[in-house]
Design a binder for this molecule. Structure first.
Ligand SMILES: *[C@@H]1O[C@H](CO)[C@@H](O)[C@H](O)[C@H]1NC(C)=O
Ligand SMILES: *[C@@H]1O[C@H](CO)[C@@H](O)[C@H](O)[C@H]1NC(C)=O
Ligand SMILES: *[C@@H]1O[C@H](CO)[C@@H](O)[C@H](O)[C@H]1NC(C)=O
Ligand SMILES: *[C@@H]1O[C@H](CO)[C@@H](O)[C@H](O)[C@H]1NC(C)=O
Ligand SMILES: *[C@@H]1O[C@H](CO)[C@@H](O)[C@H](O)[C@H]1NC(C)=O
Ligand SMILES: *[C@@H]1O[C@H](CO)[C@@H](O)[C@H](O)[C@H]1NC(C)=O
Length: 417
């Protein structure tokens, strides 16, 4: 029965740490009510829904990826969508259209401004309502690079972005600066987001999220015992299995052949753990509606003898291919249109990287993630340096620029005579 259980933590923490959880949980309908008053509730809920759908689309892509076979999957959809939404502020034309629809925003119902305002609300709420979680964004800009002031202004206002100047000609030092920032924001959990910076980087956009919560009812460490975890039919590994015999909120989903356990934290957050008969049925079928249904249906706790392994995992992704397959390919190549960041220079995204960690023990859970988006000058923009050789007859003119008075004028047909 415990088979494939590591796969399922993944989804669980995705949901509990992700936003949009608010109106599903047992608490703050008040914040939702507040938004109804100012009329932007509709676009906020459209963005919330889009983010939830994006979570599962990205999950399925990562799960299907060849590099993920036989590995745990764990990521923060909230961090990825925040970083890409912030990038979309500077995208134009087809690149913008791809980011918008890749994130699931319907451009006949939502403008970039709607999206920006929705994220502003999410980030403020995350920062305000819970001691358990911190979330934010930052941008590191090369000293010599001047992005459009409107771009930086929107990031600062809506994505609450911290801004820094760095010298990207020193890739070691600038990577260090970014990594130290992320390390501090994630309580030391993500210490090396950036590894090999492209030497043409002019700007680096990051988003981070950190969550730490204590179980409403902690597990008794005395009851934690070594036990087998069945990785697959032929593979067993030994784990520290925690145990609790108590009242729990559970639900059996017949459609997905999955038993769902809700472990509440001492806050409005919960972890959902989903144990399927067949992992593929759950992975391919799960949607935001299932989560809504489960949380609604978990009305009355019932007695269960629950066993959950204690574990710590780390994941690391380069999302370039996955995002391209999801329809967001143009930003990576010479078709990139980032003219909302700079008109004069041809820019493209060099990389989208994501790292995450999850630790679960008797006391609670700690999860962190960060997304990095590198923006580079298209190689070939500065060079090859155009050659201009006056090796045939030419004219010359000497003038004063303000009055345009022509001081001298001539034609050189043979400089040697
Ligand atoms: C970027 O998109 C805008 C708006 O569609 C378009 O006017 C502009 O020509 C595009 N620029 C580049 C470099 O593709
Ligand atoms: C976007 O919204 C419009 C208007 O509600 C709808 O007709 C269209 O099908 C939606 N597009 C997508 C891709 O959902
Ligand atoms: C955040 O808190 C501040 C002050 O505590 C309040 O003015 C603001 O409305 C809150 N924002 C959200 C989105 O809850
Ligand atoms: C979160 O709130 C703290 C304290 O109120 C503030 O110093 C910080 O700048 C805020 N961060 C964001 C991203 O809003
Ligand atoms: C890059 O920065 C580091 C740390 O400040 C310094 O030790 C190193 O000499 C610098 N490298 C170059 C090429 O400037
Ligand atoms: C659900 O489980 C039952 C019994 O184990 C099985 O007959 C059925 O095919 C499963 N359904 C799906 C969708 O996996």
């Amino acid at each position: 029965m415990m088979r494939a259980a590591v796969g399922l933590w993944v989804l669980s923490a995705v949901i509990c740490v992700g936003r949009g959880h608010h109106h599903l949980g047992h608490d703050d309908d008040k914040t939702i009510q507040d938004t109804v008053v100012d009329g932007s509730a509709n676009s906020v809920s459209l963005v919330t829904e889009a983010n939830q759908e994006f979570s599962f689309r990205l999950y399925r892509k990562l799960a299907a990826d060849a590099d993920s076979q036989g590995k745990n999957i764990f990521f923060s959809p909230a961090s990825v969508s925040t970083a890409l939404a912030a990038l979309s502020v500077g995208a134009r034309g087809e690149t913008h259209r791809q980011l918008f629809s890749g994130l699931g925003f319907n451009s006949s119902l939502l403008t970039q401004t709607d999206v920006d305002q929705a994220f502003q609300r999410f980030l403020q709420r995350a920062n305000n309502t819970s001691q358990d979680t911190t979330e934010g964004t930052a941008v590191f800009v090369d000293n010599r690079f001047k992005p459009k002031p409107e771009f930086l202004q929107t990031l600062k206002q809506s994505y609450l972005t911290d801004g820094f100047n760095v010298d990207f000609t020193n890739v070691t030092e600038s990577a260090d600066t970014i990594n130290k920032y992320v390390e501090e924001k994630t309580n030391g959990k993500i210490d090396k987001l950036v590894e090999d910076l492209d030497p043409n980087t002019v700007m680096y956009l990051i988003s981070y999220i950190y969550y730490k919560g204590k179980w409403e009812t902690p597990f008794d460490p005395e009851l934690t015992k070594q036990d087998d975890f069945n990785v697959d039919e032929n593979t067993k590994v030994s784990v520290d299995m925690m145990n609790m015999d108590d009242d729990f909120y559970t639900y059996h989903d017949r459609e997905l052949n999955t038993t769902v356990l809700q472990l509440p934290f001492k806050s409005s957050y919960s972890m959902l753990l989903m144990l399927p008969d067949v992992m593929a049925t759950l992975e391919n079928g799960i949607s935001p509606n299932h989560v809504t249904k489960w949380l609604k249906a978990m009305m009355r706790p019932r007695k269960h003898d629950v066993y959950i392994p204690k574990f710590s995992i780390k994941t690391s992704y380069n999302l370039n291919d996955v995002l391209s397959e999801m329809g967001m390919a143009d930003m990576f190549g010479d078709r990139a249109n980032l003219t909302g960041i700079s008109e004069g220079l041809r820019l493209a995204v060099s990389e989208v990287v994501h790292k995450a960690t999850l630790d679960v023990d008797e006391v609670g859970a700690e999860a962190a993630a960060a997304t990095g988006i590198g923006i580079m000058l298209m190689s070939g923009f500065w060079g090859p340096v155009p050659v201009l050789k006056f090796n045939r007859p030419f004219m010359v003119l000497i003038t004063e620029r303000n009055t345009e008075k022509i001081l001298f004028l001539g034609k050189i047909i043979n400089p040697t005579i």
